[in-house]
Ligand binder design. Sequence first.
Ligand code: SF4
Ligand code: FES
Length: 362
Amino acid sequence: MAEEKKLFKVKIDNISVEVEPGTTILNAARQIGGDVVPPAMCYYSKLQGSGGKCRTCLVKVTKGSDADPRPMPKLVASCRTTVMDGMEVGNITSPEVQDARKGVVEFLLLNHPLDCPVCDQAGECDLQNLSYEHGAEATRYEFKRRTFDKIDIGDKIQLHMTRCILCYRCVFTADQLTEKREHGILGRGDASEISTYIHQSLDNNFIGNVIDVCPVGALTDKTFRFKNRVWFLKPVDAHRHCEDPKCCGKTVLWMRGDEVFRVTARKDKYGEVEDFICDTCRFDKKEKSDWIIEGPRKIDRHSVISQGHYVNTVKPKDPLVEVLDGRQPKLLFDIHTTSEVNRPEIDLSKIDGPAHSDDFNK
Ligand code: SF4
Ligand code: FES
């Protein structure tokens, strides 16, 4: 008879869970779920070797194991530390951990440009969320922030090196998913940067996934850049039969009306991609007719993305149309003015429905 696998009993924030030997503290916490799960900015369960870079997942081991109950002397990275039988861990119950996390966030933000108002990642940025939860309201840093020479890494992906937190996720993605890796981290210490070394573009069929794995706005989609804010768009699940056998063809379309603004992979509750998608699905299939729409994507209700999406609401009657004898108010106002941003040949007063990004200059 097969021997029954022995499970390790672990307590995280006084909640017990039994996990297989070799499980990390972070993954044990994910089995419990909820607030006890430490944040992770560099660990990514689908990428081998990830973790151990950002220190946001630090926890306190108050009891090493049943065999050796001594606490660990320092806080440990939960994404890289495996559990022992009888281990006890403090995360949200440990003031020391909360204080250290606040310090880590302050460090991550030291050189960050804080340009959320113009960053395409705003609203779905792990660093933004983390700083809301654990950040100090002001910085103590008095020196000049790091700057980098701008490099062009191709027509689909935009690199903003000043926003990068050097988590290495994109490097592992390029290494493990694409056929040839063209970028990596160059330089050391303060001068480390994501680069292609001799400026060249990233153009493998799966390289677009670096956009999805990047926890900040350092790598963004050039085909979506500045076109809309994510909280104005409606995410819907969709799929298509993709010819690339490595691509699952299951995506999220970010739509406004019938216009598909961008296509991303589907992400789980920890912000990790469920299944990677190819660049053809991501960048070249921007028509609604390219996709079979499954329905609205479920978004965490605390996310800013869900703020504009009301369900089961009754639209109030518009009294203006009644007063105007059924005439549409928009026909009474001339909202069209010509400026640098709109195309003069398109009269914004006369188009059907909301304006489309094609109605404006690129
Ligand atoms: S560009 Fe993004 S994914 Fe790549 S190392 Fe920087 S923060 Fe991480
Ligand atoms: S998630 Fe553990 S060190 Fe970054």
